[in-house]
Design a protein around this ligand. Structure first.
Ligand SMILES: [Mg+2]
Length: 376
């Protein structure tokens, strides 16, 4: 259907459908703050009168955002109702209304916002990345995450990902400095050209982080980035760590809003800000990214444990906005199944863009009692 032949009510939201989805992870995902063996997400589908569907995903991660799936399903029901009957052209207004009515439910908002953006872009017949400026639509490389685990398991995982072509390993650390150093050293001995991001997930003290860096330096490991080494509000230590070690620091848990980003910049607490749509919703993530670049800091982009729905939305930001230097868009590769048809595609560490409207995807709606429908 083309816009010029569409009737006045064609872009009205007629229904919002959502359902929980459990996707087992191929290996236990252990980080300093917790462990996961299952992605417990929610898929959202918005239906427009013109027959267009838009998809989104909520991936609550209690340790970061404080949301779980139950609270996410509850807020989806509340947030979806006022969207019914509105024009998809008002997606910005709807997103900001959701932010004010559910400030502490960013994953639920993100799911709806992504579906709104997808439906809008499909109605406009443009890929989602065009919405952000169409800056640079080339394939990009992601890192791969190696969770906290035994030395033996670390060797097995490293070997697997190295042979698939990955050369930037994001090592989860922050529980035990000596064990962390030994795991990085084992990977370095096997694959000396692999570079490391150390993601502490707030697990280190300042002294522990410095001793971790010393340990890695001693065996000659290439530590290119320290992500959230210490507690989110310990910006003094973040600033000290980047000054003392000379290794760039990325703020992840420290930045859950535009105000957080302002404070990180003021305190000179980071070199990078890690943008995640699940922490803030999509449009606020875009604002934080633009602010970060303007302030002279660099951008990293990651996610919670997401399928290619949410991660496709994040990849659209990379393609459509300039300045994302570090991509941590690997979680669909850590899941045992992929519920998504179409969209961007992985080839080893390379993400290949899509050219179809919106996110270019479709997802089958389950035919059972797990589906919630909110309609006119
Ligand atoms: Mg992180």
């Amino acid at each position: 259907m083309h816009l010029n032949t569409a009737g006045a009510n064609d872009d009205i939201i007629e229904g919002v459908t959502f359902w929980p989805i459990d996707i087992p992870m191929t290996d236990p995902f252990v980080v300093a703050t917790g462990a996961r063996v299952l992605a417990e997400n929610v898929i959202v589908r918005i239906a427009l009168h013109n027959g267009v569907y838009g998809y989104g995903e909520a991936a609550p991660f209690p340790e970061v955002g404080g949301e779980d799936r139950r609270s996410c399903l509850d807020s989806l029901a509340k947030l979806a109702q006022p969207l019914i009957g509105r024009s998809i052209q008002d997606f910005r207004t709807m997103a900001s209304l959701m932010t004010s009515s559910a400030p502490l439910q960013p994953a639920a908002r993100c799911g709806l916002e992504t579906a709104l953006l997808d439906a809008y872009c499909r109605t406009m017949e443009q890929p989602m990345w065009r919405l952000w400026g169409e800056a640079d639509v080339r394939p990009r490389e992601t890192d791969i995450t190696i969770p906290i685990s035994t030395l033996e398991e670390t060797r097995i995982l490293s070997n697997r990902w190295y042979h698939k072509g990955f050369r930037l390993f994001k090592m989860k650390v922050g529980k035990d400095v000596d064990a962390d150093v030994r795991r990085l050293e084992a990977v370095h001995r096997a694959f000396p050209e692999v570079a490391f991001i150390g993601d502490g997930n707030q697990g280190f003290s300042r002294a522990e982080c410095l001793s971790f860096v010393n340990g890695v330096t001693r065996f000659g490991g290439m530590l290119v980035l320290l992500e959230q080494p210490v507690a989110r509000d310990d910006l003094d230590s973040m600033a000290a760590i980047r000054r003392i070690t000379g290794i760039p620091v990325a703020a992840d848990e420290s930045v859950r809003s535009l105000d957080d980003a302002r404070i990180v910049v003021e305190q000179r607490a980071a070199d990078y800000i890690n943008i995640k749509i699940m922490k803030t919703g999509v449009l606020e993530a875009v604002e934080i990214a633009a602010f970060t670049l303007k302030a002279g800091l660099k951008l990293m982009i990651g996610g919670m444990i997401e399928s290619r729905i949410a991660m496709g939305c994040s990849f659209s930001l990379v393609l459509g906005m300039k300045g994302f230097e570090v991509l941590d868009l690997d979680t669909p590769l850590l899941l045992s199944t992929d519920p998504v048809h179409g969209g961007y595609r992985y080839d080893g560490p390379t993400l290949h863009p899509w050219t179809e409207p919106g996110l270019g995807i479709s997802v089958a709606v389950p035919e059972d009692g797990s589906v919630t429908n909110i309609k006119i």
